[in-house]
Structure formats: C-alpha cells, structure tokens
Design a protein around this ligand. Structure first.
Ligand code: SF4
Length: 382
C-alpha cells in the first residue's frame, strides 16, 4: 500500500487505514514535517493524561481548561488538534470561537479536531442532557428549582454546560469546585452537582456539608433518582451518580498497603477518587496541584499518587530524586484518551495540509452561547 505524499497538490482525504501500519519513527517524522509546514496556524494540545509519544508533539501541555484557554488566546492559530477527549475539544471550540474571538479574526473560525472520535470520557457519558432535564423536572415537583443551582464539572458535554447557563448555574474545575459551590450557595439554597459524585462529595464534605445532606441521584432509578421526598427536601447538594472510571479504581486498601510498605510515604490523590481514599490521603487536589506539590517537594520525598497512570509515570521520570509510586496495584489509565495515537495525529495533520479537516468538533451555536454563560460565571468566581 502506498502512503499519500505529505503535500498533495489538491484537496483530498487520506484514510486512517493508510497510517495504522506505519511505525512510530515514520509517523513522528511526518508529524514533525507537517507541523513545520503549518507553523503557528496549528496548535497541538496534549492533555496531561496523554501518552508520552503524543505529548512529545504537543505545543501546549496542561489540563483541559488551561489548554483550551491558552489555545483560544493565540491570534495566529487557525486549527487546534486536541489530543484529549471529546468534551475537551468541545470546550476548545466554544472558547476559541466565541463572538469576540470571531470578531478579532473577521469571522474566521478556528477548526478544532479530535484525532479519534472514539476518544470520549466515561464520566461525561454518565450524564446525558435528557436525563439531567428529566431529573430537573422531577426535582421541581418536590423543591423550588428557582433556588436550586446546577453545577457541572468541566468534564461534561457542552449540552450540560449550556443547561447550567440557562438555569442560573455554573461550570467548575477540580481546582475551583469549592469556590464555585460557595458562589452557588450565595444564589440559591441547594446545588445540583453533576456528573462526578466524588468531586461533588469530597469538595462539599470539606465545606462542612454532611453525607446525609447529599443524596445521590441515580438517573436509572424510577422515582426521584432513587431518593425519598424527605431526602431531597433535606438536601443541600444533590449529587449525580457518575464517576471517572480511572479514579474510581483507587481503594482504601491501596493506601493502607503503601503506608505499610513505605513508612513515611505521603498519599496524594485527585478529588475524583472515592471518599474513602480522599479521607485517608495526606493531600487531595487537581492535576495541577498534584504536579506543583511534587515539584515543590524536597529530594527523597516518598509519594503514592492516585491519579491517571501516564501522568504519574511522567512525574516519576521528571523527579528521579523523589520516590514516586502509583497508588493502585492495577493499571488505571484513561483508555479513551489513549486511543489518540501517532497514527491518528499524523492522519489529522496530513489531511489538514491536503485541505480536509477531519473529525471537526463544532458545538451548536445556541449550546455554545449558553455554555459560555456558565463558563464566564466560573471565570468571575474568585
Ligand atoms: S480520566 Fe476520567 S474524567 Fe478524565 S477524561 Fe478519562 S475517563 Fe474522563
């Protein structure tokens, strides 16, 4: 099979099947050549959980929101290739193509590409907009939804962000969840937090809200998400029954085992981990807090880290003076993000050069407008 040249004379589309048999060395060379040709018009974004060989080709590395903001602030970029998952590419499209940005570029859009459309997020997929709307209607039969503030974690579909924008709600990240919940209680008397129950619970517990005040809404239960009327009326935070399939794998026994084997070890976890793990940890925080904590620690510090495997392995490599262990004995990696490999990246770039934007992520304008309202509220939270 012949591989199409990197610079075809006319627009065309190369199939992904042409790229899959190629070795990493050839793919890397072709990606580098494509990037050199496109220059600053192309930004490749690599999420912290992405595999190393893809990260090596990224212009910017970070968590989902940081990356989208950085890419949106570039005046030269016309295409973003997001080596992350679907909701991240949606957020990048919303931020890069919001009205003021479009005006700055005389209406020219930034194309956002997700190299493999199968790179979804298990957590985001646990809350579909029709389920959230149905839950909102049911809640409205028991409590006053005028005083219920919907909060969506940024790890959610744009439709959920738009729902929050329409209903006086807001978006949060794992860095600002407490400040966002605080903002919400200044505007209402209850929070409806989705899709990650663990981030909602771990954050709210630290704010003095008890588990009794946090019923869990199961979208597959028949009535009131599996709750009684009393539980909903007595609630302060209603948690959606969703989780991250990666962080859900960490267990209390992993913490005990590591502490037994390595006396003095510090346990550092992400708040998407279950409560039992967060309660036992020395430090719980967002991806950037985890990275900064390790960077600031003196040589010889021992860590067991409970977050995505690729990030932990990179921390190990970047800090050989510290002893870093993965908190779980089993592999916890973001399998969907891992779908984005060099073959998909090379395929996206060479098609772009040939004039074809593959796997374009473009959020519906109405959804984007209301999502932006919820995102802007988050930016105003200090
Ligand atoms: S690590 Fe979890 S929350 Fe993050 S993208 Fe993967 S499945 Fe989604």
């Amino acid at each position: 099979m012949t591989i199409a040249p990197i610079l075809p004379a006319s627009p065309g589309t190369f199939p992904i099947s042409d790229y899959k048999p190629l070795g990493n060395e050839e793919l890397s060379a072709r990606i580098a050549a494509g990037r050199a040709l496109l220059g600053k018009k192309l930004l490749i974004l690599g999420h912290h959980y992405q595999q190393d060989e893809v990260i090596e080709h990224s212009d910017l590395r970070g968590d989902s929101y940081q990356l989208s903001q950085l890419a949106a602030s570039s005046s030269e970029c016309r295409t973003i290739i997001f080596c992350g998952v679907h909701f991240m590419a949606e957020t990048a499209d919303i931020l890069a193509n919001r009205p003021e940005k479009l005006a700055e570029r005389n209406g020219e859009r930034v194309n956002v590409i997700l190299p493999d459309l199968a790179a979804g997020c298990s957590m985001a997929d646990m809350a579909a907009i029709r389920q959230v709307e149905a839950a909102w209607d049911q809640l409205g039969e028991v409590i006053d939804t005028e005083k219920l503030i919907p909060v969506t974690y940024i790890n959610s579909a744009a439709t959920l962000k738009a729902f929050c924008g329409r209903h006086g709600g807001i978006v949060c990240t794992s860095s600002n969840a407490a400040a966002v919940i605080d903002w919400s209680f200044k505007r209402g008397n209850r929070v409806f937090f989705f899709p990650d129950q663990h981030l909602g619970r771990n954050t709210s517990l630290k704010m003095g809200i008890t588990n009794d005040e946090m019923p869990v809404w199961d979208p597959y239960a028949d009535d009131l998400g599996g709750n009684t009327e009393e539980a909903i009326k007595g609630s302060r935070v209603v948690l959606w029954k969703g989780h991250c399939s990666v962080h859900q794998m960490f267990r209390a026994e992993h913490v005990h085992q590591l502490r037994e084997r390595h006396p003095g070890i510090k346990i550092l976890v992400h708040p998407e981990c279950p409560q039992e793990v967060n309660d036992l940890a020395d430090i719980s925080g967002s991806t950037s807090k985890i990275m900064k904590t390790v960077e600031a620690a003196p040589a010889g510090t021992k860590w067991a880290i409970g977050t995505e495997l690729h990030l932990v392995n990179r921390l190990k490599k970047d800090h050989p003076d510290q002893e870093i262990y993965f908190l779980s004995p089993v592999v916890c990696m973001c399998a969907t993000m891992y779908r984005i490999d060099l073959a998909h990246l090379a395929w996206s770039i060479e098609n772009l050069i040939a004039g074809t934007v593959v796997n374009r992520i473009q959020v519906d304008p109405e959804i984007a407008k209301f999502s932006m309202i919820a995102l802007e509220r988050m930016l105003d939270v200090k």
